[in-house]
Design a protein around this ligand. Sequence first.
Ligand code: SAH
Ligand code: DHB
Ligand code: MG
Length: 221
Amino acid sequence: MTEQTWTDVDTYITSRIPHNDDALDQALRDSLSLPNIQVTAPQGKLLHVLATAIGARRVLEVGTLGGYSAIWMARALPRDGMLLTLEVEAEHARIAQNNFRNAGVDGVVELRLGPALDTMRTLIDAGGTPFDLVFIDADKPPVADYFDSAVRLSHPGSVIVVDNVVRDGRVIDGSTDDASVRGNRRLVDALGSDDRVTATVIQTVGGKGYDGFAIAVVSGG
Ligand code: SAH
Ligand code: DHB
Ligand code: MG
């Protein structure tokens, strides 16, 4: 089993089950100047399915890039729903805003430019309405801090998804100097004893290689 097989299976899946339409394809084309690190189409649709399954009305995304995953989630929202997406790079934000307009989701999507931890701190201090779904997909060293902030911005039953926690299996290397892997280990090592959530990690393969999602539901209620 090779990466080629994983990519071929993603191609088969997306040829049988509708995934990208014109607006999502255009968002990918208009993101070609950015790093090619957005979620795959089946992963984007997983986020859409999850948002629909929990009846999400308010979604928070950490790490916008060109807005591809945000468009997938925004499309699961009711007309009066909202998705707030956080991005630190002005050029990424500019391209994403253009993609939101093209996809017709600019009415439900708000982008806030700046370091995500600062924005999340501001949101926590403001004490606003909690989010139903949080997708964490920005820089990896502080991912446990993003997760902690996400829990604080959630309610019982909120779902938190974290991208890229397995990274070709590097997550099991306890002696690594790689700050991203160490960040992911800090998250995964803490999840089991975090009684604010019930969580798991699911390994994935596909067109973007071997990786995994942490998926958690906030306890209580
Ligand atoms: N979720 C997107 C991909 C995000 S890539 C998708 O699947 O379509 C990660 C993004 O996080 C990049 O655009 C990067 O600029 C942004 N990022 C990195 N560090 C950040 C930070 N400290 N605060 C906010 N965004 C950050
Ligand atoms: C990288 C970041 C991501 O969010 C991703 O899905 C893949 C790769 C990266 O920074 O290399
Ligand atoms: Mg990612």
